[in-house]
Write a protein of this length. Structure first.
Length: 61
């Protein structure tokens, strides 16, 4: 494999990982807002958001 191909592959992987990280952030924020509005409490939403951010592996499973 040439250096140019390795560079392009690494660049694409970098962009995919950044996109996945952003999507996980917005997904956890969206879920926290939905649950917070459901229970009419910003404290519940914050607790859910912090639990998702604290353990991102839960989102992947």
């Amino acid at each position: 494999m040439s250096n140019e191909t390795q560079y392009v592959d690494a660049r694409h992987r970098y962009h995919r990982e950044n996109t996945a990280g952003s999507l996980m952030f917005f997904e956890s924020l969206f879920v926290a807002l939905m649950i917070g509005f459901r229970f009419h409490s910003w404290k519940v939403g914050l607790l859910v958001y912090l639990s998702f951010v604290g353990s991102p592996r839960l989102l992947l499973s």
